[in-house]
Design a protein around this ligand. Sequence first.
Ligand code: SAH
Ligand code: SF4
Ligand code: F3S
Length: 460
Amino acid sequence: MTEERPKKEKSVFIRTYGCQMNVYDSERMAGLLKPLGYSSAETPDEADLVILNTCHIREKAAEKVYSELGRLKKLKAAKQKRGGDMSIAVAGCVAQAEGAEITARAPQVDMVVGPQAYHRLPELLARAARGRGDILETDFAVEEKFDRLAARVAEGPTAFLTIQEGCDKFCTFCVVPYTRGAEVSRPVEAITAEARMLAAQGVREITLLGQNVNAWCAAAPAGSAGDAQWRLGELCRHIALIDGIDRIRFTTSHPRDMDGGLIRALGEEEKLMPYLHLPVQSGADKILKAMNRGHTADHYRRLIDRIRAMRPDIAISGDFIVGFPGETSEDFEETIALVAEIGYASAYSFKYSRRPGTPGAAMPKQVADAEKDARLGRLQALLDSQRQAFNEGQIGKIMPVLLEKPGRHKDQLVGRTPYLQSVHVSAPKSMLGLIASVSIKGVTPNALAGALTKEGEAAA
Ligand code: SAH
Ligand code: SF4
Ligand code: F3S
């Protein structure tokens, strides 16, 4: 007679670096491992499996992974000394870019799995258990990836939903086309099924994700009127029909793919939030050309004008790179002038980081680091003052705030305005997941402070 062995409880700790697409992937990896008996560990110390879901976008991001691997090496050795063990997997964009170099540099790593191959993690774990060393999986298998993922379990009232993977733009500074592969759009049916699954679990806000989310394009569902091919505007309107979904966002958009249909949807579809992340990178045409962005600064200005004409209250956010090769102080002044003209509600700005294998890395006239620092400092001061002014402009307004998570203080919740600003509100936990009416009272460096209106309190 064979004795029934109790199923051993295992746990996984996933650390996520980089963009929202990695956040989405980490959640899906956790979902994939659950049926194999892996619960989520709070810290790497107690985990049987540690996954680093990595980012390769700038040198610093990639280097962080190796310092974390150094810490994990010690942890693993200590555990092994006590008779235990710990497996280490490197996933994400560093895994894709560096592949076997990772295990060569960090032999404590058991598995390397790229961003379009992590659905094969269960097989990799089985192979690792059989002691097959050097486990590397870096195929681009986007369609298979989404088909093989387990059902989703919502983690709160907001959720990310990847609709598009990869990038064909090849900006000369960027690693993404190499780490994520070619642009692939998921079909409408798969996206709406996932959105419905999330709505049924109480998700109220969905953020559609893609490195070039507005390049999304797929066949219209059978029997639908209108164009045979849908673009993002149509998809957003379609998702807006799902009961329970009250807010839709999408990120990241590329200026070249902002078509009229999407701009009209931003103006007409109330569930589309008035916030648009539209990176421009630089305000100088010479630099935009060298970056292979495929548009000029004036094209970007006209685009913003058209979007604001359709949705006057829209909050614009952007990404900027200072010190791209060949950027002179005059070129940089053009970036400052563009920022002053557009007025950003929020923005991310970076010093150019030379990435191996990208065309920018080999360009002449690299800018000195001290110069990059000075330019970044000036740009960030301007962007900070714009963000502060935008936030202060909300004081006295009453806004619908989606209450997303508990705050640091007792009876405090943190939510988001339609413009994606964080708001701290005194409200009972029972209101989590509601869209409450909140009066904005003040601003702190990173958030707004608000109070429930009488109407909002009535909902409590
Ligand atoms: N797909 C998005 C963003 C991708 S990466 C887009 O096209 O806008 C996010 C941001 O990182 C970029 O917008 C850019 O500002 C920054 N970035 C990318 N590569 C970089 C590099 N080599 N050095 C510095 N910043 C970089
Ligand atoms: Fe990178 Fe450019 Fe593609 Fe964005 S559009 S992911 S910046 S190559
Ligand atoms: Fe980083 Fe990869 Fe995202 S390089 S920004 S994690 S697509």
